[in-house]
Write a protein that binds this ligand. Sequence first.
Ligand code: SF4
Length: 174
Amino acid sequence: MRTLLLRSLFARPVTIAAPSAENAALTEVGHALEGRIRRLYGRSLTIREVDAGSCNGCELEIHALNNAVYDCERFGLRFAASPRHCDVLMVTGPVTRNMKVALERTYAATPDPKWVVAVGDCACGCGVFEDSYAVIGAVDKVVPVDLHVKGCPPRPIELLRGLVALVDKATAKG
Ligand code: SF4
C-alpha cells in the first residue's frame, strides 16, 4: 500500500501535453474561418451538434472547440441547443435506428439555408459500426450531407478546416 501511495505521488501524469493556445496553425485557420463567417453571415455561425449514435469520441473533439485552448467563439463559432437557431448541423456516429426520427426532425426544424456536416468515419460511412443490427447507415442515408469530415475522431483543427471548406462551398454556390 505504501509503495503504491509513493508511486502515485511521484509518478508523472499519463496525459499528453495540452496544445498551445498560441498554436499558429489553429490561429490561421480560425481567422480564415472568422473572415468568411463575417462576409457571409455578418457575425457568427451557429452549430447544433447531433449525436446520432457515436461512441462519444467525436463529441469530445467537437466539445474541445469550446474549451479554453481552442476557444472558437473568438472566431465567431457558436453552439446552440435548438436547431431553430442554427445554420449548421454537425452530426456524429452512424445513424442508429432509434435516432433516425430525431435526426429527421432536427433537420426539418433547422431553418434554410442550412448545411449538414457528417463528422467522423462513422457518420461518413458507418466506420466500426458497419453491419450492426442497430444501425441504419451513414448520415447521408437519412438527411442530405454537404460536407464529410473523416477521422476517428477528427481533431478540432480538422473540424475548423472543414467549416472553412463548407463556407467556401456555400459562397461559390451563391
Ligand atoms: S468515428 Fe471513431 S470516434 Fe467517432 S464515433 Fe466513430 S468510432 Fe467513435
